[in-house]
Design a binder for this molecule. Structure first.
Ligand code: DAH
Length: 328
């Protein structure tokens, strides 16, 4: 049995020292030193030995186990070190590889248009304020001089949140909030953001779109100021050659009211409406209408990049399809 012990120990030691990986080493550990391992099996044979040999063999067996356990520990450390080194090498940056472009994000075409509009309007003296997406009925309609049961409502069917709140149909709803805050004229104020209407979607209509509204109250404001500001704004957005067209139109909150369009190529692009703020609104705001007048305009934002980038379907703006967005 002693010879068998020596044979097993030297075989095990050789195998342990040559173990190629931590996993292989763990297998050897179980094979020789485990509960059903080969050295442990020898211990069970001890009962068959003559009594005087039992203690000696027991000691030899324990000593062999201890040496093998040490050998396993030493090999474990060595393998760990080697494995760590390989991992580090795998992760190391290979400076000889050719460079790759970083995947960069970019601004949505509507965000770009929005910042262009702000840049131009701030240059014209407008200060931007934020409106509400869920608006009170009174700001969306009452403040804006909508007479009860007027056909103008038909164009502005909305999504109601409760009896008195809706998703705003026009950024013009900012006016009532601003007037209630009681600022003294003169001022030029603007807001830009999402609007919503209960509409069927197609290439040129959406239930969700964007508007920019601007208005100004001061002494002596006339339609000439409105035309001057809008023409300057359009030149800033579309280039110095752009032609702006004003045609009479009706909106309850302006008098007179106009429709605003710009010439683009061989067509007119209708952008929105404008006019002089209705005296009813100025009175409700508490301004002396003998002294103060105002202009206001509201333009669709989405159509500007459609024209500029040749986008023919408005729905693309809301879908966030990268194949579309990466073209801009
Ligand atoms: N809010 C109007 C619309 O959505 C557009 C508009 C017209 C805004 C005239 C104005 C304005 O501020 O003065 O159809």
């Amino acid at each position: 049995m002693t010879e068998e012990l020596e044979a097993i120990e030297s075989e095990a030691t050789r195998a342990v020292n040559a173990a190629p990986s931590s996993e292989a080493l763990e297998k050897l550990n179980i094979e020789y030193l485990g509960r059903n391992g080969r050295l442990t099996a020898l211990l069970r044979g001890i009962g068959a030995l003559p009594n005087d040999q039992k203690p000696l063999f027991g000691q030899a067996l324990n000593a062999a186990k201890a040496r093998l356990t040490d050998a396993v520990a030493v090999r474990t450390e060595a393998l760990k070190g080697a494995e760590r080194a390989t991992r580090e090498q795998d992760e190391a940056i290979d400076v000889t590889l050719p460079g790759r472009a970083r995947p960069m994000g970019r601004l949505h075409p509507l965000s770009r248009t929005e910042s262009d509009i702000k840049r131009v309007m701030i240059g014209l003296g407008f200060e931007f304020v934020d409106g509400l997406n869920i608006e009170g009925y009174s700001y969306n309609f009452d403040w804006l001089n909508f007479p009860p049961d007027h056909p103008a409502f038909d164009e502005q069917a909305s999504f109601y949140v409760d009896d008195t709140h809706l998703l705003r149909t026009q950024t013009t709803a900012i006016q009532g909030h601003f007037f209630e805050a009681g600022r003294k004229p003169p001022f030029r104020v603007a807001t830009i953001g999402r609007c919503y209407r209960y509409e069927n979607m197609d290439a040129t209509h959406s239930h969700t779109f964007h508007q920019v509204d601007g208005f100004s109250v001061a002494e002596g404001i006339s339609l000439a100021d409105l035309k001057g500001v809008l023409a300057e704004m359009m030149r800033g957005l579309f280039g110095p050659e752009v032609t702006v067209r004003f045609r009479p139109d009706f909106f309850p909150f302006v008098e007179p009211g106009v429709e605003v369009a710009v010439r683009w190529g061989d067509r007119w692009l209708e952008l929105g409406g404008a006019g002089l703020i209705h005296p009813n609104i100025l009175r409700r705001a508490g301004y002396d209408t003998e002294r103060y007048t105002g202009f206001a305009f509201g333009l669709g934002v989405d159509r500007m990049p459609m024209r500029r980038y040749g986008i023919d379907d408005l729905r693309e703006f809301l879908i966030s399809d990268l194949r579309f967005l990466q073209q801009f």
